[in-house]
Design a protein around this ligand. Structure first.
Ligand code: NDP
Length: 480
């Protein structure tokens, strides 16, 4: 059985305590590897290694840093199959999704920031005959990066890549639920020839390892992606220490379908935006609003398509819907479905656990679920479920649907389906969401700033925003 190790000071090392946790394959319910149950002692060693490495890394030319990141991106591509299988086993997601989305996007993150750092420019402001100001960006020193389980390698590298590119050493923690691809990444860093201590990966539980990173006085910036409740806890520790904070948190995203939409496209994409990765993408739409004239037609076609979805072994090439990430998460999703029924919701399809036969008979699967007959104020429509569960509700007017869409504490993303150009702009402008997709979903340009409004987070990641987050800007003014 594989024993995962921490990556500290350029070496793979066991946890200081010698303790390990079980890593369970969600599709089978069986333990398939062991993961370090690290604690603050390991974080301390990682910080010491990062402190030693940071000046040298910051002092490297940007070409050298860029070349190393490009080398790592190439190695990820070369190990695509191994990484995709690891991610599928770890997370329960279909291997086809890991192969076509998660892993290619992880190498794209390193490639993007390797190039972005080369093309970064310096600002200068000339105040006529008074003086000339120029702005210098300096790395912060050490960055703390904490990521969730839903897109394990993609979100892990989304933080690490800009932090490293801009000259910081990193202490990172992947989710304890899905540690395998981060472990494989540490081996690839060694193969690429990363200097010792530049990237340190400490595995273990959030309250032990994550909190030790957040609270460490030598780490001035925390980039976190995860749940809103955890984000609040992290902000409570980091804010009084005046740390830089980037929080990418939960969502309860509306998917608005107007009667003048391209029906077939809206239907097919809504299927994907509702159930991709078993609904465990922070950007999945979980509240579907359909304009009254096409409500019945949409619902009938949507239910038929969802009923026909095949849920099965994530390692089967034909599987489009795999297991949810853990037994605990399966229980949470099923609890929300029961709650929806108590709230008066009508389950049109799904609503129960599933047990595919064979290898996956003890795995954690949930049938894709559609619920109607709920109002916007109920808990089902207000709280993030993060599973294959959507509600569908009719609406009449543009004003009405904007109010419905904005009625939760979250504001991560939204999707609008309409062929009416002015309406598309009007509605997109009125929605309180960090990203609004019109007639599409999950189309991403890494240059664009990314992040949520309201309780979906603070700060923006992506593009130059991320490079700026991981640096301190200093202004130099010279008298003319
Ligand atoms: P969690 O908040 O439970 O965990 C995220 C990470 O934080 C994990 O590595 C976790 O470790 C760690 N952690 C847990 N407790 C603490 C703590 N007290 N201090 C520091 N770190 C801690 O989120 P999930 O992993 O369950 O991920 C799902 C959530 O992530 C959803 O809410 C989803 O919406 C959100 N998300 C947001 C995205 C965005 O871009 N806005 C993108 C993707 C997901 P451990 O695993 O050991 O608990």
């Amino acid at each position: 059985m594989v024993k995962i190790l921490n990556y500290i000071d350029g070496r793979l090392v066991p946890p200081a305590s010698g303790n390990y946790l079980d890593n369970i394959e969600p599709a089978t319910g069986e333990v398939y590897s062991h993961i370090p149950d690290s604690d603050s002692q390991d974080v301390e060693l990682a910080v010491q290694a990062a402190q030693k490495a940071a000046p040298g890394w910051a002092g490297q030319s940007i070409e050298t840093r860029s070349e190393l990141l490009l080398k790592l991106a190439d190695l990820i591509d070369n190990h695509l199959e191994e990484l995709a299988k690891a991610e599928s086993v770890d997370n329960g997601k279909p291997i086809s999704l890991a192969r076509t989305v998660d892993i290619p996007r992880a190498s794209a993150n390193f490639r993007f920031y390797a190039k972005a750092i080369i093309n970064q420019s310096t600002k200068a402001h000339i105040s006529e005959d008074k003086g000339i100001n120029y702005t210098v960006s300096e790395p912060l020193g050490i960055a703390g990066c904490i990521s969730p389980w839903n897109l394990p390698l993609y979100l892990f590298t989304w933080k690490i890549a800009p932090a490293l590119a801009s000259g910081n050493a990193v202490v990172a923690k992947p989710s304890e639920v899905t540690p395998m691809t981060a472990f494989l990444l540490s081996k690839l860093c060694m193969e690429a020839g990363f200097p010792a201590g530049v990237l340190n990966i400490v595995h273990g539980l959030g309250p032990n390892v994550g909190e030790a990173i957040v609270a460490h006085p030598a780490i001035p910036a925390i980039s976190f992606t995860g749940g809103t409740a955890t984000g609040k806890k992290i902000a409570g520790i980091a804010a009084p220490m005046f740390k830089k904070l980037s929080l990418e948190l939960g969502g309860k995203n509306p998917n608005i379908i107007f009667e003048d939409c391209d029906f077939e496209n809206a239907l097919a994409t809504t299927l994907r935006s509702s159930f991709a990765n078993q609904g465990q993408i922070c950007l999945c739409g979980s509240r579907i609003y359909v304009q009254q004239p096409i409500y019945a037609k949409f619902l009938e076609a949507f239910v038929a398509k969802v009923k026909a979805m095949h849920v099965g072994d994530p390692l089967d090439e034909n599987t489009k819907t795999g297991a949810v990430v853990s037994e605990q998460h399966q229980e949470k999703i099923l609890h929300y479905i029961s709650l929806a029924q108590l709230e008066g919701g009508k389950v049109l399809t799904g609503g129960h656990a599933l047990n595919p036969q064979g290898r996956c008979k003890n795995g954690y699967f949930v049938a894709p679920t559609i619920i109607t007959n709920l109002n916007e104020n109920c808990r089902t429509n207000q709280e993030e479920i993060f599973g294959p569960v959507v509600t569908v509700q009719p609406f009449n007017t543009e004003e009405e649907v904007i109010a419905l869409a904005n009625s939760t504490p979250y504001g991560l993303s939204a999707t609008v389906w309409t062929q009416h150009l002015q309406r598309a702009h009007r509605v997109a402008g009125a929605l309180k969401a960090g990203i609004v997709w019109v007639n599409c979903w999950l189309v991403r340009d890494l240059r664009t700033p990314f992040g949520g409004m309201k309780q979906s987070g603070i700060g923006r990641e992506g593009g130059e925003e991320a490079l700026r987050f991981f640096t301190e800007e200093k202004n130099v003014c010279i008298k003319l």
